[in-house]
Design a protein around this ligand. Structure first.
Ligand code: MRU
Length: 320
């Protein structure tokens, strides 16, 4: 199984997702600031994976005798949208002990619980998938984005191993191409039949009757089911509604934020414009092009056919 990070004695090894699939480079992270940088620069990404990384960042802080709240504050400032990050940091800040052994054990528990939750999500979600279905997905929600197995891609993985004979359409996911680079990498490794598509191809595939359902992950789910996920997810939900196609969200309980009444309250990260204007370091837009680059959007709960969690499958009206 692909793993985005491995704890080794006194440091964290992290698979650098910025250079996949061209290179499988492992970064050696020795301080909590190394983890902050890895999250900010997206060497690690995906809501559950950044939660696990932050937990190991706290373990590195405890190992080096760093003040707990200082490490927590800096790790929490690394990315704003995925609530798993704050969930993991809060869980460690809520511990009575601030010893390396205790924090490391908690980080390892967070990691193994995430893997177990994903396996349950996979089992719960696979029941919704019919024989021979074509499934559309977006971004990367697989082993790389979690402690392993994945959320939306975990459902796909389980349906595939159950012998459902599925085929995946994987959206490229502009501008960072997590779908084209990372989901394709995972699907190829597992030999799950798929085609990568440009994001703009989704609607016409739906219209042509080529899509049986859409499954996406989540970065934060508000009390009413409104769901923040990778930019472009909302567009897919609208298109799925128009074409009468089920639209599913798959996420563990660590992605729920019942403290927020609705999705407009979810902080949406804006990233640098160079993610759009540059391709592989080469400027492809006219110099000085003004850019608006939100990394996430919010899909209203009413567009979501069901939310698949480790605890079961929820349908509207949502109240978490
Ligand atoms: O910006 P990213 O790559 O961290 O965004 C990731 C997503 O939007 C995923 O869909 C989400 O985190 C769920 S991952 C299981």
């Amino acid at each position: 199984m692909i793993r985005p990070m491995i704890w080794e004695g006194d440091h964290l090894l992290m698979l650098d997702q910025r250079v996949l699939p061209a290179k499988e480079d492992w970064l050696k992270l020795e301080t909590y600031q190394d983890v902050v940088d890895a999250i900010k620069t997206m060497a690690v990404r995906g809501a559950p994976a950044i939660g696990v990384a932050a937990a190991y960042g706290m373990a590195l802080a405890a190992l080096k005798g760093v003040d707990r709240s200082q490490a927590a504050e800096e790790l929490a400032a690394s990315r704003p949208t995925a609530v798993n990050l704050f969930w993991a940091i809060d869980r460690i800040c809520g511990m009575h002990e601030w010893t390396f052994d205790a924090v490391l054990a908690e980080a390892q528990a967070i990691e193994s619980e995430d893997l177990e939750m994903n396996r349950s999500i996979g089992r719960n979600g696979a029941k919704l998938i019919g024989e021979g279905w074509n499934i559309l997905t977006v971004c990367n929600t697989g082993s790389l984005a979690t402690a392993g197995h994945g959320t939306a891609l975990g459902v796909i993985r389980t349906a595939h191993t159950d012998g459902k004979g599925i085929h995946v359409f994987s959206c490229e996911t502009r501008p960072r191409q997590q779908g084209l680079r990372l989901t394709a990498y995972e699907l190829m490794k597992e030999q799950i039949p798929f085609h990568s598509i440009a994001d703009g191809a989704a609607a016409s595939l739906m219209r042509a009757g080529e899509i049986d359902c859409v499954i996406a992950g989540a970065d934060r789910i508000a009390a009413n089911g409104d769901t923040a996920n990778k930019i472009g997810t909302y567009a897919l939900a609208v298109q799925a509604k128009h074409h009468g196609i089920p639209f599913y969200i798959a996420a563990p309980s660590s992605t729920f934020d019942p403290s927020l009444e609705h999705g407009d309250l979810i902080p949406i990260e804006e990233r640098t414009g160079t993610e759009l204007t540059h391709a592989d370091g080469i400027e492809v837009a006219p110099a000085g092009t003004p850019v608006f680059n939100p990394a996430f959007d919010v899909t209203p709960g009413e567009l979501i056919t069901a939310i698949i969690t480790e605890a079961g499958v929820f349908t509207p009206p949502y109240r978490f």
